[in-house]
Ligand binder design. Structure first.
Ligand code: ZN
Ligand code: ZN
Ligand code: ZN
Ligand code: ZN
Ligand code: ZN
Length: 864
């Protein structure tokens, strides 16, 4: 694709040219080279402003690695206050295309010119401080009010004679025509033959009252050009036809054509851009204008059909609502049919001889134009791309479930099967249900990580009133778009059988060779995925693909440490800064539909959600160009900055280590079954393990009859262990006593005293046993206590072997036992510390990103 590459390069160089200097400061040379280009900018010459630039030095010394951060003053950019980038306007896009490649410097060091700065400044249109439109308006409010009132009267149109025919009485004014003039009835009817659903008012002595064109005798003729009457008209049933339009609900007089050129009644309506509510003998229709308006309004503002209908009814009659005809159920049906028709039309089904019935699964979905789609947007040699390039053709998918999108037990699949039979985002229901029935009783799998919500929710009981507990989905995680036939209902929690089905259903549609699948419980879900696939017998061959399972970045800290390295986006090559959380963001746009869709029948709900997902995808496609450009603008300077930091850091590391580490990383990236170099190697010494070892050794010596125990119930190891535990309890007692203030209650003091007494009894009992193992220890303790005034329970010297070394002779085996236990205790403490640091860093990170408002900010410190 040479043409494509050269165009990209042109855009790239032009983009670098358009970057303000403040951004470019991240380039390679910025830390050492002051900005000395004399661009003649008056601002920079008049005021020699400077700004600070950070520089980090890494120094490798025999004692270890250290870093030093220093700040340099550099002349500031010509437009220091500008942090936003100029928006690209169509002219500029043309300019990008016309750049002469040969004359453009390549690479990131291209200089930002004065013209660029002036252009950026010109585009920044800001209000001046004195510009307060609301204040100005408030000062003039009475004039505006009077103008509103003026429209309630006849204004300057006070003449009685109709200005058109100069004969009739001028008493009718149209509320929807731009013209404020009053006309006679006959002229009003004539001028509205092309606008039959305008709202009309009639002047009655002192005010306007609502009336209709039907009352004035306007008849709408279908099947013939406007103005032409059918020789054999057939009035609608009961001569009462209701038309729903954006202007309101209109009762009209409508005649169908019943002459020789007649068509079916719905066809006659549709040729007049009226959408019939029923096929046989329609009595209601909606204008296409209304259908389009509601379709957009619903997906954009999440309005329900009921709210919309109420709005229409009030627009028609805001005083006595019972006067307007109730066509709510007709509107519901029409909107559903409309969105389905639009979906088929946009997917090109109208041009296919097989029609709607020939629609293939997923065919009507709006697909992500930037995700790899073989034979659509990939070069012909994509399958054989070299290793350094193959990541370009990776597919990133994310799985998740949403329990907001429930459905109550309303209607059934038999009554309301839905119009989309797996045509778009929801999988085909019959096959899916049959699959679930077949594999419903798969045994639950053992969990090897922490207890995650998704796993817990899998086992929740089905709620009695709900038929569907939520939906599961597979999305493209790069662009946050729903994939074709990748959404399905959940019956209880987030079970593997549901998620597996949609995962393989999604991948049967345009799956690349390399697939990065992220799921918040990937560590559990992916373990036995392939054996489950074999059990299901689904037509999907994993051998055609290379999979990598990761966990989205926000969810990862909740996993155990082995998951945090093995499933991290940060440690995976060729994934960029993907966070995998796109699925969660997608829910935010859909959740407002939860309240209306939970009351719908199964088919209706699928239709509405399919429509919503389609609209969401389409909006993404519309914004794809500007969004990707904005990300590129952010990515380039950041990539430069990180590159500089990385190179500076690498320079000071020993070459030998770099070679070893690089090799380890490359091996692991090629095959994740190799040792993971990012796993922190912690020695596996724990208190529990050492105690077990000691107990085993004692058991062996007991068997051999070589154990010398001076006490029946307490072996030497247990005596030392108990001593260490008592030491811990003493420290607890000491810190609790410190915490208790002078204002403590009687209850607090009593509790503390009771605990101290219990501890003292325990310690004294232990002293007796200790004396049998270390003769003379009591006398030593008595000597030590003599110098302590009023010894409390935590002042009692326990005199473990390490503390009496040199003063008394102690059995070396006791010394060794204490050393081993204390060594393990130190490791346990370090582990605790690591765990706490990880947790607190996660909480801080979470707080910085997601906590807003006083209430939350006050509560969070308590969590820390
Ligand atoms: Zn007239
Ligand atoms: Zn009008
Ligand atoms: Zn006719
Ligand atoms: Zn995509
Ligand atoms: Zn895990």
């Amino acid at each position: 694709m040479p043409r494509r590459r050269s165009k990209f390069k042109r855009i790239w160089t032009a983009f670098l040219a358009a970057m303000p200097r403040k951004w470019r400061r991240c380039n390679y040379d910025v830390h050492v080279v002051p900005d000395d280009d004399d661009d003649g900018d008056p601002a920079s010459t008049a005021a020699p402003l400077t700004e600070k630039t950070r520089h980090v030095d890494y120094v490798s010394a025999p004692t270890g690695l250290s870093s030093q951060t220093s700040f340099y003053s550099l002349p500031s950019s010509p437009n220091p206050s500008s942090t936003s980038l100029p928006e690209l306007v169509p002219d500029e896009l043309d300019y990008l295309d016309n750049i002469d490649e040969a004359n453009q410097p390549s690479g990131p060091n291209y200089q930002f010119t004065a013209e660029d700065a002036a252009e950026a400044e010109r585009r920044r249109q800001r209000r001046t401080a004195s510009d307060h439109p609301l204040h100005e308006w408030a000062a003039d409010i009475d004039t505006w009010l009077l103008e509103l009132l003026r429209l309630e009267g006849r204004g300057e149109h006070t003449g009685d004679a109709c200005p058109t025919c100069l004969d009739g009485l001028a008493e009718y004014r149209c509320a929807d025509c731009a013209d404020l003039q009053l006309y006679c009835g006959a002229c009003t009817v004539e001028s509205h033959s092309h606008n039959p659903w305008h709202r009309l008012t009639v002047w009655v002595k002192s005010h306007f009252r609502r009336t209709t064109l039907k009352n004035l005798g306007l008849r709408i003729q279908l099947g013939h050009p406007p103005g032409e009457r059918c020789p054999n008209p057939k009035a609608a049933f009961n001569d009462d036809f209701v038309i729903l339009d954006t202007t309101g609900i209109h009762r009209v007089a409508l005649d169908f054509c019943d002459c020789t050129q007649k068509q079916q009644l719905p066809v006659q309506l549709m040729r007049a851009r009226l959408f019939p509510a029923t096929v046989t003998n329609p009595k209601t229709a909606a204008t296409y204008r209304l259908m389009e308006h509601f379709h957009l309004l619903r997906t954009q503002s999440k309005i329900s059909a009921h709210e919309f209908y109420q709005c229409l009814a009030r627009q028609t009659e805001n005083v006595e609502p019972q006067e307007s005809a109730d066509r709510y159920s007709a509107l519901l049906r029409m909107t559903r049919e409309w969105s389905h028709l639009k979906m088929l039309k946009r997917a090109g089904r109208g041009h296919d001889p097989t029609g709607a019935a020939g629609t293939l699964p997923g065919e009507c979905a709006v697909e992500c134009p930037t995700c790899p789609q073989p034979e659509k947007n990939l070069p012909s040699d994509w399958k054989t791309a070299p290793k350094g390039k193959s990541w370009l053709y990776r597919l990133f998918v994310g799985l998740d479930a949403n329990f907001c999108l429930k459905r109550k037990k309303v209607s059934t699949n038999q009554v309301d099967p839905g119009l989309n039979k797996g045509y778009a985002y929801f999988v085909e229901d019959t096959k899916y249900k049959a699959f679930l029935e077949q594999f419903d009783d798969l045994p639950p799998e053992a969990n090897t990580c922490h207890k995650h919500d998704a796993i817990k929710l899998a086992n929740i009981k089905k709620v009695r009133e709900t038929d569907t507990s939520g939906v599961g989905t597979v999305e493209c995680t790069w662009h946050d778009m729903k994939r074709p036939r990748s959404v399905a209902d959940l019956q209880v929690g987030e079970r593997y059988v549901n998620m597996d089905y949609i995962f393989f259903s999604s991948l049967s549609h345009h799956a690349a060779q390399e697939i990065i699948a992220s799921y918040d419980i990937s560590c559990q879900w992916s373990r036995n995925l392939w054996s489950r696939l074999t059990a299901y017998g689904l037509p999907f061959d994993p051998a055609d693909h290379r999979f990598r399972f990761l966990i989205p970045k926000f969810h990862l800290p909740a996993h155990q440490s082995s998951c945090q390295t093995g499933y991290s986006f940060n440690f995976t090559a060729g994934v960029g800064r993907t966070d995998g959380e796109a699925v969660e963001r997608g829910w935010a746009a859909v959740n407002p539909f939860a309240s209306s869709t939970k009351e719908m029948g199964p088919g209706h709900r699928h239709n509405v959600l399919d429509d919503v997902f389609g609209d969401y995808n389409w909006r993404k496609v519309r914004q794809m160009g500007p969004a990707l450009l904005a990300r590129l603008k952010e990515a380039v300077p950041n990539a430069n900055e990180h590159q500089v930091a990385f190179e500076e850091f690498t320079e000071v590391l020993p070459l030998r280590n770099i070679a070893t580490w690089t090799e380890m990383v490359t091996k692991w990236e090629d095959d994740p079954s190799n040792p993971n170099p990012f796993v922190a190697t912690e020695p596996k010494v724990t208190m529990a393990a050492v105690r077990r070892e000691l107990a085993e050794e004692e058991a062996a010596r007991l068997e051999a009859g070589t154990l010398v125990a001076c006490h029946d119930n307490m072996s030497p190891a247990i005596m030392i262990t108990a001593g260490l535990e008592l030491k811990d309890l003493q420290e607890c007692a000491r810190s609790e006593t410190k915490k208790i203030g002078s204002h403590s209650t009687d209850k607090q003091r009593t509790d503390l005293l009771e605990r101290a007494n219990t501890l003292r009894r325990k310690i004294e009992a232990w002293f007796k046993i200790q004396q049998t193992y270390i003769p003379g220890v009591e006398a030593l303790r008595a000597r030590k206590l003599q110098v302590v005034k009023d010894p409390t329970v935590y002042d009692l010297p326990l005199l473990l072997p390490s503390a009496i070394q040199g003063s008394l002779s102690v059995d070396p085996s006791l010394m060794e036992c204490e050393w081993r236990l204390r060594h393990a205790q130190a490791h346990d403490s370090l582990n605790n510390l690591r765990q706490h640091l990880r947790l607190s860093s996660h909480l801080y990170h979470f707080k910085d990103r997601f906590t807003r408002g006083q209430r939350e900010n006050i509560r969070k410190p308590c969590n820390f």
